[in-house]
Design a protein around this ligand. Structure first.
Ligand code: CP
Length: 305
């Protein structure tokens, strides 16, 4: 039985295998259209989502399987006080695999300890979002042709941005990666990411508050939203929310083959005018998310046999 709770639950060889499968699905979708016939995916979303939940559901449908679940904890028995452990045990009576998003860090881990079916972490609080990382890696591979020898800039909320934490973790295992961390002082990456991952792996990195000064050096710019829902104090959110806004004017200083990514949703950190720039990859990233989740569902169901 395999689960995906953090990106390090997969080896780099397994991640490369998932990317290969996703690219084969993109090229030959008909080959996969009945692979999950008779199987059911449960989506347990205790926190809002558009892309992750719907891409999981579309992924299972395109594999010939079925989906069930809830998109709002208030419509489930969690609203009556049922624990994650009990809900998970119940869901394993109905489904073959489950994807869980939860506002509490560690909830999908608790689920994995209380079930007989594979559990996928679809985002837990400000902690991890491993399937977004698989999506991001597939996007980097397709846009840049490689996962090595890249200067990767992360910009915005690097403190609460779970997609940032998971992608830094995955890229830290690649060759020739350099990180440029752009954020206000209050939203810097947590020390466990800086000390236990970046510094432990001896990776070159820099930290700055000034996006314009580093933009010309980057191969990838990973923009993030300042997440209102993670702040305890509304005044802090209002002060920090517009720290970085990527505009077509700013991008005149960037490389012609820069890859601009964003896990989405965006609020206003990327001006709509950037969308038609050929370097903007964030809507392609969304579609890649469906294909890599198809590959992941196949991988975990195979491992559970
Ligand atoms: N990227 C992402 O996780 O989007 P959703 O919150 O819409 O699922």
């Amino acid at each position: 039985m395999r689960h995906l709770i953090g990106i390090d639950d997969l080896t780099m060889a397994e991640i490369e295998q998932l990317i290969e499968t996703a690219e084969d699905i993109i090229a030959n979708p008909e080959k996969y259209s009945e692979r999950c016939h008779g199987k059911k995916l449960a989506t347990l979303f205790y926190e809002p989502s558009t892309r992750t939940r719907l891409s999981f559901e579309a992924a299972m449908m395109e594999l010939g399987g079925n989906v069930l679940g809830f998109s709002d904890a208030q419509s489930s028995s969690a609203s009556k006080g049922e624990s994650v452990a009990d809900t998970t045990r119940v869901i394993s009576c109905f489904a073959d695999i489950m994807a869980m998003r939860h506002f509490k860090e560690g909830a999908p881990m608790v689920a994995s300890l209380n079930t007989s079916i594979p559990v996928i972490n679809a985002g837990d609080g400000g902690h991890n979002h491993p399937t977004q990382t698989l999506t991001d890696l597939l996007t980097i591979k397709r846009e840049k042709g490689r996962l090595d020898n890249l200067k990767v800039g992360f910009c915005g909320d690097l403190k609460f941005g779970r997609t940032v934490h998971s992608l830094i973790t995955a890229l830290s295992h690649r060759e020739g990666i350099e990180f440029v961390l752009v954020s206000p002082d209050e939203l810097k990456v947590p020390s466990y990411i800086k000390k236990d991952i970046i510094e432990k792996e001896g990776l070159p990195y820099s930290q700055t508050e000034d996006l314009d000064s580093v933009l010309p050096e980057l191969d990838i710019l990973y923009m993030t939203r300042v997440q209102r829902e993670r702040f305890f104090n509304e005044q802090d959110y209002i002060r920090l929310k517009d720290s970085y806004i990527l505009t077509p004017e700013r991008l005149t200083r960037a490389k012609s083959d820069l890859c601009i990514m964003h896990p989405l949703p965006r609020v206003n950190e990327i001006a709509v005018g950037v969308d038609k720039d050929p370097r903007a990859a964030y809507f392609k990233q969304v579609l890649n998310g469906k294909y890599i989740r198809m590959a992941l569902i196949l991988f975990l169901l195979e491992a559970a046999k």
